[in-house]
Design a protein around this ligand. Structure first.
Ligand code: ATP
Length: 138
């Protein structure tokens, strides 16, 4: 079966949305296999977002993601990568469809880094790479 890395970003943790994100994953029938709350250091965040290095939002994104605790979750189930991308909704929370996590719970706060509550791996290769970064023992 497939695994994905879900992150509840610092905005989601600050707003008390960890339970809501986990509730949606569990209600849809996926299995939580690892769960950790921590403030990620810049080295981890730069590796996690390596594909965005050089983009104008890279610095603000690393700063935002390190601004407080992040809930890191490994979730398992058939086609869970695709499913969580659909559950999260579009990157821009203003444009994200109602019914999605970002569409129901997110908005534009006018900050340099898009605060959109959650991250989910976008492919099996990304999931494997990201799970190894956040949970090296798994
Ligand atoms: P994630 O990978 O976090 O699930 P995503 O796949 O929807 O989000 P990516 O394009 O991979 O989005 O960008 C990663 C993150 O970088 C976004 O979730 C958002 O927080 C931030 N980001 C992306 N594009 C921009 C932008 N143009 N301006 C500011 N922040 C951005």
């Amino acid at each position: 079966v497939e695994r994905t890395l879900v992150l509840v970003k610092p905005d989601g943790v600050r707003r008390g949305l960890v339970g809501e994100v986990l509730r949606r994953l569990e209600a849809k029938g996926y299995t939580l296999v690892a769960l950790d709350l921590r403030v990620p250091d810049a080295e981890l965040l730069r590796a996690h977002y390596a594909e965005h290095e050089g983009k104008p939002f890279f610095g603000p994104l690393v700063e935002f993601m390190g601004s407080g605790p992040v809930a890191a979750v490994v979730v398992e189930g058939q086609r869970v990568i695709e499913a969580f991308r659909a559950m999260a909704g579009a990157t821009d929370p203003t444009a994200a469809a109602p019914g999605t996590i970002r569409g129901d719970l997110g908005r534009d706060w006018g900050t340099a880094a898009t605060q959109n509550i959650v991250h989910g791996s976008d492919s099996p290769a990304s999931a494997q790479r990201e799970i190894a970064l956040w949970f090296p023992h798994l």
